[in-house]
Write a protein that binds this ligand. Structure first.
Ligand SMILES: *Cc1c(COP(=O)(O)O)cnc(C)c1O
Length: 374
C-alpha cells in the first residue's frame, strides 16, 4: 500500500525542463526569471507591485521594516499560526500582542482586536489559517478606525479569495501589505520562497535594498549602502518553478475544493471530530484540519494512521506556549480557544494530485484508528 503524505507538491515535466535550462544557462541567482515571476504575480494579484524573496518569513520581516515597525511598537497577531508570524515581530525589535482566535474560523478574533489596541500598537498581522481568509471587510474597518498598518500573512492563502476578489488585491486603502510563502508545502511552491504585494505608492527601490544588503547601484558602476538590508533574494531556479506553478494554481485550488467537499461527505459524523468551516468560495483549502474528540491522545492517533499508510500533520500548537514565548510572559490559559485547537488539531492529507478514492481511504482509516486507540 502506498504511503499517502499529508501534502505533496505537483511539479510538471515542463517545469522540470525549464529548471534544467536555467541550470544550463549560467545565470542561477536573481535575474530575468525573477522579474518574469514578479510580473506574473502582480497580474494575478490585481496589479500592485510585487517583489519576491527567498522565504515567506523574509517577506514578512521586510514588510514590517517598510511599515517602520520597530523597537517600542507592538504588533497584533494570533497565537494559532506558524511561529514565523510572531518571530518576525521579535526580529524587528517590536513586541507581539496576541489575540485569541474565533473557534469557528480558527482565525484571529476580530471582535477582540479593538480591546487589545494600545497607543504603541502600530500594525496587525492577520493570518488566513488553512487558506480560509480573515473577513477583510471587518479587518480593514478596524484598521482604518485605529490607524493600524495591516500586513496580511497570506502565506497559506495564495489562490484564495474574499467575496470574489483574489487575496493579494487591496481590501484596504492601498496601504496594506500582503505576504505569501512558497514553501514546498504551500499551494504554490518555488521549493522555498515568498512574495510581497506592496502598497501602490511604496518606494520599491527601498524594498529591493532591504532584500539585498541595502545596496544601491549606480549606472557608473559605483554603489552605496544607505540602509541595513538582509540577504533575502530569490534565485532564478526558484522563480522558474514558481512560473510553472502559476499555470496550474487555479486548477489546484478547484481540485482542493472538490477534495475538501468529499471529506465533508465521507467523514463519519459519529466519530465526534470537529470539522473546519465549510467554505467553498473563499478558501483555497490549503489544509483540511479536524479537531480530535476531547481526551484522544494525538500521538497515538498519528501512529495509528501511519500504520495504515497515512501521513498526518500538526498545524500548529499555540505558539505562546513555546519556551521562547513563555519567557516573554505568556502562559497557559491566556488564549483558551487557540490552546484547545492547537492541542487537538490534526491535518489530513489534501493535495491536488489526490484521487477521490484516497479521501475514502483516509476516512476509513480515521474510523479504524479512533476505534483502535479508544
Ligand atoms: C509558511 C508560513 C510562513 C513562513 O513562510 P516560509 O516561506 O516558510 O518562511 C509564515 N506564516 C505562515 C502562516 C505560514 O504558513
Amino acid at each position: 500500500m502506498n504511503f499517502l503524505p499529508f501534502t505533496r507538491p505537483a511539479i510538471d515535466e515542463d517545469t522540470i525542463a525549464d529548471v534544467a535550462n536555467v541550470l544550463r544557462s549560467g545565470w542561477l541567482t536573481s535575474g530575468p526569471k525573477v522579474q518574469a515571476f514578479e510580473a506574473a504575480l502582480s497580474d494575478y494579484c490585481g496589479g500592485r507591485p510585487v517583489r519576491v524573496f527567498n522565504s515567506g518569513t523574509a517577506t514578512l520581516e521586510v514588510a514590517l521594516r517598510l511599515a517602520k515597525v520597530g523597537a517600542g511598537d507592538t504588533v497584533i497577531t494570533t497565537p494559532l499560526t506558524w511561529v514565523a508570524t510572531a518571530n518576525v515581530i521579535l526580529e524587528v525589535g517590536a513586541t507581539p500582542l496576541l489575540v485569541d482566535i474565533d473557534p469557528v474560523t480558527r482565525n484571529i478574533d476580530l471582535e477582540q482586536i479593538e480591546a487589545a489596541i494600545s497607543p504603541s500598537t502600530k500594525a496587525v498581522i492577520p493570518i488566513d489559517l488553512a487558506g480560509l481568509p480573515v473577513d477583510r471587510d471587518r479587518l480593514y474597518a478596524i484598521a482604518d478606525k485605529h490607524r493600524l498598518r495591516v500586513i496580511e500573512d497570506a502565506a497559506q492563502a495564495f489562490g484564495a479569495s474574499w467575496q470574489g476578489r483574489r487575496i493579494g488585491s487591496s481590501f484596504g486603502n492601498n496601504k496594506d501589505f500582503v505576504s505569501f510563502s512558497f514553501h514546498a508545502n504551500k499551494n504554490l511552491t518555488t521549493s522555498e520562497g515568498g512574495a510581497l504585494v506592496l502598497p501602490a505608492d511604496i518606494d520599491t527601490g527601498l524594498c529591493e535594498r532591504l532584500r539585498l544588503q541595502g545596496v544601491r547601484r549606480f549606472a557608473n558602476g559605483g554603489m552605496d549602502v544607505d540602509v541595513l538590508g538582509g540577504k533575502f533574494n530569490m534565485t532564478d531556479i526558484a522563480a522558474t518553478i514558481g512560473l510553472g506553478q502559476m499555470k496550474h494554481i487555479d486548477a489546484f485550488t478547484a481540485r482542493r475544493r472538490e477534495l475538501a467537499r468529499r471529506y465533508f461527505e465521507r467523514i463519519d459524523q459519529t466519530l465526534g471530530l470537529e470539522l473546519p468551516l465549510a467554505d467553498f468560495s473563499n478558501s483555497n483549502w490549503h489544509m483540511f484540519q479536524v479537531l480530535l474528540p476531547a481526551g484522544t491522545d494525538r500521538g497515538s492517533f498519528i501512529a495509528a494512521m501511519k500504520d495504515r499508510g497515512i501521513g498526518i500533520g500538526v498545524h500548529y500548537p499555540a505558539l505562546h506556549l513555546f519556551s521562547l514565548y513563555r519567557a516573554l510572559g505568556f502562559k497557559a490559559g491566556d488564549f483558551p480557544h487557540a490552546e484547545r485547537v492547537g492541542a487537538a488539531t490534526v491535518t489530513l492529507p489534501l493535495f491536488p494530485a489526490m484521487q477521490d478514492s484516497d479521501i475514502d481511504r483516509v476516512c476509513a482509516a480515521l474510523a479504524e484508528s479512533l476505534l483502535e486507540i479508544a
